[in-house]
Design a binder for this molecule. Sequence first.
Ligand code: AMP
Length: 213
Amino acid sequence: MNIILFGPPGAGKGTQAQFIVKKHNYFQLSTGNLLRNEVKLNTSLGSKIEQLISNGNFVSDDIVNTLLKQSITNLKFRDRIIFDGYPRNVEQAINLELILNEFKQTIGHTIFLNVSRDIIEKRIMGRMTCEKCNMTLNEHFNKKQIELHPCGAEYLKRRKDDNLKVVIARYDTYMRATNPVLDFYSKNSNFIEIDGADEIDQINNKINDILKV
Ligand code: AMP
């Protein structure tokens, strides 16, 4: 069964997804990472995507849905996907349901990491992302781990869209377009809300408990 990690930017979806990948042998499908990979290819599509991301806007559903489908239909990941950053609007939620039905897959858990805007700002402003392995660390809370990062600390960089102006725009976009998706999932029995303001390990333990069921 697949898992949706839902929540505002900076809620810790990527961090928790990385723990789940290690412990439970899942594949992290981060649409943000897929889009950033496209930007690295330096194509004209990549530069359009970069412009949208750097202003805190969504990339079009067409582009994101195409990237998404390539992973869902990959047999290696069948029923072992953590959706991180998708769906981000109601149309994407409907699209996800259609594709999963078509390929006879299901969502086992929808986990909502709920965090307030002031915490998000603090977290994102300290976030460092590895250009090689996509691990995220925080310069305030993970000093030792940054020093000892296996890829080398020099690969840990601040994302271009992790600045205050864009963080505010991303949060506004989340409230306007993504928050309504909660109505879509919250009535399902497999929906669970976790306080995303808790410590990383506490959240991880709660998720492990959910996945054991
Ligand atoms: P993230 O890495 O999830 O924080 O995503 C970074 C940026 O990529 C977002 O602010 C959007 O510009 C874009 N993006 C990621 N996922 C989606 C999506 N599902 N739909 C539209 N845009 C997306």
